[in-house]
Design a protein around this ligand. Structure first.
Ligand code: HEM
Length: 490
């Protein structure tokens, strides 16, 4: 009896357990089915493969972490899988359609905005860079006024760079000095950028270090904007009162005041924001790039020597007159610059745009207003079909491959058949002419006059965070002035 009771008892306990399990199973199935339905309803309907999100309901934070830490791998895998097809990349902050490069000519005809993209992705509403949403005036002036004036501006730019270099780089030919080269180059670069922006005597030198810190990760934003405004606003008001006499100088502010078509374009606060965007976009990127060229050449001393010889020969050929043509005829240095930006572009993604109106591609793919699109410049730069042995730094790659073509399409050009170092289309980097000539001006002297060594033999690392590729301004290098150099004087 006892046994039966106990069996009966156990039997009802089993039944109870079974019912509980059944309930749990039913509830779990219902949750899964519901999640599946929600997941499907949240998924995109355009059939594009989704990269870096495992299912539509996966918290975006996971995509963001993966993208922050493994962006190169994610792009490599996606390129290997979908190389000829667009795919949707989940970055965590937004989902972008990544187009293969051959779509660019078709995309160029669509209503896309690069500035809206830059403003949105750089949280322009928080840092004040959203002024670029309303106008492309700064880009227009850079291309139509600044670029043609560069040959004439070269002489004062050269002089300023030279005197800054004498101040910030070591002069001893005996001792090695350990320093933070990026911060030093930033000072030279900002001399050039502030000169083309404000003209000669306008900007007090004590403000220049502040402008330098209008850099993405060092922004003391509101304070920096305020400092810049405190200078630019009264200066712009002053020049506006008598443009004929006060806007004669070839500089960005004067051109922006004289060429303005409406009150918005000549508003001093707007001018401050636009100028801030130009300075922030150009100073740090070019300085890191210059350090990248030097690091690559230190790592490959035979190229360093060849390029140094090229500089020495040019110095003799032009008898010390380093004009535009002389800098632009340094074919080997130009080739090393192309190779440096191919291996370490500022961003793995280029040609990033926001769609302005609903539109469709010839393939039938619909793009909706507000959608972000981009291309993977990195996948192109690493394509062994375009660049054999793509991970190798071959300083003379472009020079050796086809010299005529290299000369016709130098570093400063937007060459859509090569990599996308300046982006592409109408909104490719408008600062490329400034970046190229200023970088060459600094590099010619540094490569000719200095020896470099890595600290403890280790190259300063290049980091990749999200799509951004950068070197820390705190990276250090050893430098010593060469006793025997070509004696270049700007
Ligand atoms: C080596 C240095 C530099 C590199 C690698 C670089 C690269 C780029 C790239 C890839 C873009 C995006 C283009 C696109 O989406 O199609 C861009 C945009 C831009 N760059 Fe540069 N840049 C450099 C230097 C400069 C300098 C020196 C300036 C200013 C003097 C500058 C000003 C700008 C501006 C204003 C834009 C935004 C254009 C727009 O979309 O409205 N950049 N740059």
């Amino acid at each position: 009896m006892n046994e039966l009771t106990s069996l009966g008892f156990q039997g009802s306990a089993h039944t109870e357990h079974f019912i509980i399990l059944l309930k749990i199973f039913t509830a779990a199935s219902l949750v899964l089915v519901t999640l599946g339905i929600i997941d499907r309803s949240l998924s995109y309907k355009d059939g594009l493969p989704l990269v870096n999100r495992r299912f539509a309901l996966e918290p975006r934070l996971f995509s963001r972490f993966r993208w922050a830490l493994r962006s190169k791998q994610i792009l490599n895998d996606a390129h290997a899988k979908y190389w000829d097809r667009p795919y949707r990349l989940s970055r965590g902050d937004t989902d972008m359609i990544v187009f293969p490069n051959h779509y660019i000519s078709q995309l160029n005809a669509l209503p896309l905005s690069s500035r809206r993209y830059h403003s949105r992705s750089m949280i322009g509403h928080l840092n004040g860079l959203d002024a670029v949403n309303a106008t492309n005036y700064h880009v227009k002036i850079m291309l139509s006024r600044l670029t043609p004036a560069l040959p004439a501006l070269l002489v004062p730019i050269r002089g300023r760079i030279q005197s800054t270099m004498m101040k910030v780089f070591p002069q001893s030919t005996k001792e090695w000095t350990e320093l933070e080269p990026i911060n030093k180059v930033v000072q030279c670069m900002s001399e050039a950028v502030t000169f083309v922006t404000f003209g000669p005597p306008m900007l007090p030198t004590f403000l220049q270090p502040l402008l330098v810190w209008l850099l993405p990760y060092k922004w003391r934003l509101e304070k920096s904007w305020k400092t810049l405004e405190e200078f630019v606003v009264p200066e712009a008001e002053y020049r506006k009162q008598d443009p004929e006499n006060r806007c004669n100088n070839p500089d960005l502010i004067s051109w922006m005041i004289t060429d303005a078509k409406n009150d918005y374009e000549r508003d001093p606060v707007v001018l401050t924001r636009l100028i801030g965007a130009v300075i922030a976009g150009g100073t740090y990127s070019t300085s890191v790039f210059i350090m990248g060229v030097i690091s690559n050449l230190v790592e490959h001393p035979h190229y360093f020597q060849e390029i140094r010889d090229e500089i020495r020969e040019m110095q003799e050929k032009v008898r010390g007159n380093w004009d535009f043509a002389a800098f632009n005829a340094l074919d080997k240095l130009d080739s090393a610059m192309k190779e440096t930006s191919r291996l370490a572009p500022g961003s793995l993604l280029v040609y990033s745009r926001e769609v302005q109106e609903d539109c469709a591609l010839s393939s039938g793919l619909h793009l909706h207003k507000g959608q972000m699109i981009t291309t993977s410049g990195y996948s192109r730069a690493m394509d062994p079909g375009m660049f054999p042995d793509p991970l190798k730094f071959d300083a003379l790659r472009a020079y050796d491959k086809d010299l005529d073509r290299h000369r016709a399409q130098p570093f400063r050009s937007v060459n859509e058949a090569e990599d996308y170092r300046w982006g592409a289309g109408r909104w490719a980097c408008p600062g490329r002419f400034v970046a190229s000539i200023v970088a060459k001006t600094i590099l010619v002297k540094l490569l000719d006059e200095y020896e470099f060594k890595f600290v403890q033999g280790k190259r300063p690392p290049t980091h990749v965070l999200h799509e951004f590729v950068f070197m820390s301004p705190q990276s250090r290098i050893l430098m010593r002035r060469r006793e025997k150099n070509s004696g270049i004087v700007y």
